[in-house]
Design a protein around this ligand. Structure first.
Ligand code: SF4
Length: 379
């Protein structure tokens, strides 16, 4: 276990062509909130074709058989799934690490938190998208959501359940990130999980921060990670890994010419120096990451809405290993534009979901990265 309380076994090497590092199951799409960025365009009622309890248990078995990746129950609002804790208990008893990401509504009761603790959930994640009611409630589309979230977090702490804060970074909160970082510390979160907005679902492109702002956020996060007691992880911010590598090289005064930023060497080097305490290789849509929707559709991620199969028709492992789309996503040499020639493509690779959302092509370059690959500078 490291200083931030992480099990080193979480960093076990995984062959991402065979098994994911993390599997997200959208247990329901029902939700009472109206978040402006919602990728799922959630509805108030569960879909009639939602996976049944029995199908859910079978899905958990299938996920477990893929080298027991981390399992996250998401939504919609997962609290609206009545058998949620039965499913969680089943997974935990198999030896899986399970966390949930419910919306902070009155459906989150003390009894449910006690149940979460009793069944042995690893972590409970709440979303906070701003350090004040004005910013958070506007983003979540619900007045009172900020105060309710803080109330629920207090109850969570009374039960000593580890807290994760999820934040979507967008134009709405870009100017308030310092305050947000302090709030995450004050709330005693063990993890700050940052999502860089992808313009899909209800999220609009004009709400995304620019490429320059992404770079500033990553450099700031790199420094923040050193001083804060919580860990920081990014989703749809693959170029954070590139920034971390660059900063480490600067700090250690390494001779750039002696570091061959070629595919395997860069990857190996990244795993040694990144210090992010996460998957040793870059996790990207369909590459170490898999998403199963409420009706069993399999997607590279919740932010890359291309169906590659359905667990009612095929085994999850067959879909994950054999889908031609997933195979393409896992091959950085197929990427187009600057991501395709970038020396960081195996370490970073850019967000495939953002590339798809902006260009319609999941192999295109991440349009929100300002880095110019070495080969393009020299030519
Ligand atoms: S150009 Fe692409 S691969 Fe290179 S750092 Fe930027 S996003 Fe990553």
């Amino acid at each position: 276990m490291d200083s931030k309380g992480h099990l080193h076994s979480l960093n076990k090497q995984v062959d991402f062509s065979q098994n994911p590092f993390i599997a997200i199951w959208e247990v329901t799409r029902a939700c009472e909130l109206k978040c402006v960025h919602c990728r799922a365009d959630a509805q108030t009622k569960p879909h009639p074709l939602e996976l049944s309890h029995k199908e859910g248990l079978q899905l958990i078995d299938q996920i477990y058989e893929m080298n027991n990746p981390m399992l996250v129950f998401s939504g919609g609002d997962c609290m609206l799934r009545e058998d949620l804790f039965e499913l969680a208990e089943y997974a935990v008893k198999k030896g899986m690490r399970v966390s949930i990401t419910p919306s902070a509504t009155n459906n989150v009761t003390k009894e449910k938190m006690e149940l979460a603790k009793k069944v042995g959930l690893s972590r409970w994640a709440f979303s906070l998208d701003g350090p004040s009611p004005k910013i958070h409630d506007q983003f979540r589309g619900t007045t009172g959501s900020f105060h309710l979230t803080l109330e629920k977090i207090n109850e969570l702490h009374e039960l000593s359940l580890p807290l994760q804060i999820n934040t979507v970074i967008s134009k709405y909160n870009y100017d308030h990130l310092e305050e947000m970082a302090e709030l995450v510390k004050d709330l005693k979160a063990v993890m700050w999980y940052i999502f860089l907005l992808v313009p899909t679902g209800r999220a609009q492109r004009d709400a995304c921060i620019s490429a320059v702002e992404h770079e500033k956020v990553f450099r700031w996060l790199y420094e923040l990670n050193k001083e804060m007691p919580y860990d920081i992880k990014t989703t749809a911010g693959q170029h954070y890994r590139r920034v971390v590598l660059q900063q480490k090289v600067r700090e250690h005064q390494l001779d750039k010419d002696t570091i061959r930023y070629e595919d395997t060497i860069a990857t190996d080097y990244a795993s040694k120096v990144d210090g992010l305490k996460r998957a040793p290789k870059s996790v990207n849509d369909g590459n170490g990451f898999i998403f199963i929707s409420h009706i069993g559709d399999v997607l590279p991620s919740g932010l890359l809405p291309i169906k590659v199969g359905n667990v009612r028709e095929n085994a999850l492992k067959d879909i994950y290993r054999n889908s031609s789309i997933l195979k393409e996503l896992r091959n950085p040499d197929l990427y187009k534009g600057k991501c395709g020639v970038c020396e960081y493509r195996t370490v970073c690779g850019g967000s495939r979901s953002r590339a798809y959302a902006v260009t319609g092509d999941y192999l295109e370059s991440d349009p929100y990265c300002l880095y110019i690959p070495k080969i393009m500078r020299n030519s």
